[in-house]
Design a protein around this ligand. Sequence first.
Ligand code: SIN
Length: 499
Amino acid sequence: MESVKLVDGNIKTMIALNNKNLYKTDCYINGEWHAAKNGHAIVINNPFSKEVIGTVPDMEAADCVEAIDAAHSAFQEWKKYTAADRAQILRKWYELQIENLEDLAKILTIEQGKPLAEAKGEIRYGASFVEWFAEEAKRIYGDVIPGHGRDKRITVIKQPIGVVGAITPWNFPNAMITRKVSPALAAGCTVVIKPSELTPLSALALAELADQAGFPKGVLNIITTSDASAIGKELTGNPKVKKISFTGSTKVGKILLKQSADSVKKVSLELGGNAPFIVFDDADIDAAVKGAIASKFRNAGQTCVCSNRIFAQEAIYDEFVEKLVKAVAALKLGDGLETGVNIGPLIGAKALAFVENVVEDARSNGAVILTGGKVSLVNDLIYEPTVITNPNTGMKVFREEIFGPVAPIFKFETEEEVIEMANDTPYGLASYFYGRDYARIWRVAEALEYGMVGINTGMISTTVAPFGGIKQSGFGREGSKYGIDDFVNIKYMCWGGVD
Ligand code: SIN
């Protein structure tokens, strides 16, 4: 990533869009499009072709303060809107996203690298949160509690928490924004979004559609920056911000949590994972292979819920490995815009070096690489989908979140042994297992120390379920009826003298 001083305006791109308005290279603050106060910009590259696809403002803390002030002042009115009015604007935002699905997906693939079919899936997934929370806005119910005295009555209301700082990652440049921002807006909060500097164009396109949908000035603001740490400090330190919602690494999540402590902000963290994917000997092996492909190789392995460590029981180990290798070898690598491509580039050179290092560690310690194991000739950022056998629990493939298309397959004998290995990690986001025994399914699902468990499926993400982790994978839930909870304060009123 390169930061430059703009001289002749933004560098224009070659993204051919049906709706040219979606290509935005300024930030959206208080209902207007802004360059950075310092005149600097970040250069954005397509990770596959390396072409420059545009620039976005390289903002600093002063720009962030302006966005926070705008959000704070907009909050005073937005919180008074009826739920139905907020719902209507959210609904319009959703409809615009669906109308512009092709363009949004194209922008996403060009800046992030994932195959176009996956990008379209992400836009639908992202929009579904907007639709869902447009509906949930009308159901932020309170309670009436039987009083603790004959003359007492207690009522409970939920109120929007205030300005929300949403810090989002590059692996889902669209859906991680809508998953945080829709419940916040539905509840009556206003937002300042800081997208990843690697994939800001998707975020700015969403802001353009928010503008068209009719959100009042200052309700939704976006700032882009190459100095994530300065903006993180401002968002967590500014007393006008009442809530931080972050998706990203556990390392950064801990920093934001510490920084939020001084002003005792409410925080939601969706952090790293180290998902186990267990195949028991009574599993439907073909279904398990399909599930493993979906959960391991989606987005080239770059999701927090990607299975990281695959465990296959002794009796079916060889059959599972053989079928998985065949399926992995059939994956097509290339430019995400090309039809039929399954695996695109990793996000950057650092990510690629990390994956190479993890595989090298396994290889040099005695693991066997059955397929893949190197950078592809197709592109210097594509790592070949890799299957590793004979790994052990001392290796990096067991301990680290790989975030790449690498599947180590561990052999196990007993249920107790595999539960112990599966839980042997500080993370607790997603987990998966395949099997048919009814009692074992319950035992294993209960024993896995994870916020989410996929049973006979490799695809667990959906708007209607509470996405989130435990342990060092964070806290807070996104999506579902629980998704609003993180953006409201509960207040009770105790009524006396009711004689
Ligand atoms: C993530 O990787 O953070 C999100 C993945 C998902 O929603 O499926």
